[in-house]
Design a protein around this ligand. Structure first.
Ligand SMILES: [Mg+2]
Length: 166
C-alpha cells in the first residue's frame, strides 16, 4: 500500500498585541516624539490577557486549525513572549517574530511572513487588530478577522467578565 499523504491542518495566524495581550498600560512609552521601545517591550510580562482573543484561539483550535503566532515584536522579546503565552495557557505553537533591527512597518513584515507560510501550507485565516496589516493581508487574498476588542476591554468590562454583574 502506498503511504497516505500527510495532511496538514489549515493554519490560523494570530497576532499578539491587541489581540491576545492588552498593551495599553505600556503604550505611553511610544506615544510621544521620543519613543522608548525598550521600556515598551519591558512591559510585556505585565500585559493582561484579552478574554475575547483567548476565546478565538480556543475556537480556532476546536475547528482543527494549527495556530501560528505572528507578531511585530522583535526576536529579543522571545523569552518574555513565550513565558507570557505559557502563563496564560495558550497552546504551544510556533511564534514568528520580527528580526531584531528590522524597522519595516508591521504590514510589510507580517505580509512577508504570511506569504512564506502560505507557500506550502493553507493559511485559512489571519486574526489581527492593526487596520494597515489587515488591509495588506486582504489585498493578498487572505481571510482576515479584525480584532476590535482591546479598546472595549475596560475596567467595567473586566468587572463584568469577572462576576457577571455590572
Ligand atoms: Mg496587534
Amino acid at each position: 500500500m502506498k503511504p497516505m499523504p500527510v495532511e496538514h491542518p489549515p493554519i490560523a495566524v494570530v497576532d499578539l498585541d491587541g489581540v491576545l495581550a492588552d498593551v495599553r498600560h505600556r503604550l505611553h512609552h511610544i506615544d510621544g516624539a521620543s519613543k522608548d521601545w525598550d521600556a515598551f517591550f519591558a512591559g510585556i510580562p505585565d500585559d493582561p490577557p484579552l478574554a475575547e482573543g483567548l476565546a478565538v484561539v480556543e475556537r480556532l483550535l476546536a475547528d482543527g486549525h494549527e495556530i501560528v503566532f505572528v507578531t511585530g515584536r522583535p526576536e529579543r522579546t522571545r523569552g518574555d513572549t513565550e513565558r507570557w503565552l505559557a502563563r496564560h495557557r495558550l497552546p504551544r505553537a510556533r511564534v514568528l517574530m520580527r528580526r531584531d533591527g528590522d524597522r519595516r512597518p508591521a504590514r510589510q513584515v507580517k505580509r512577508a511572513i504570511v506569504r512564506r507560510l502560505a507557500t506550502d501550507r493553507t493559511v485559512a485565516v489571519v486574526v489581527d487588530d492593526d487596520p494597515a496589516v489587515c488591509d495588506a493581508l486582504e489585498a493578498d487574498g487572505r481571510a482576515v478577522y479584525r480584532a476590535d476588542w482591546m479598546d472595549r476591554a475596560g475596567p467595567l468590562h473586566r468587572a463584568q467578565e469577572g462576576d457577571g454583574t455590572t
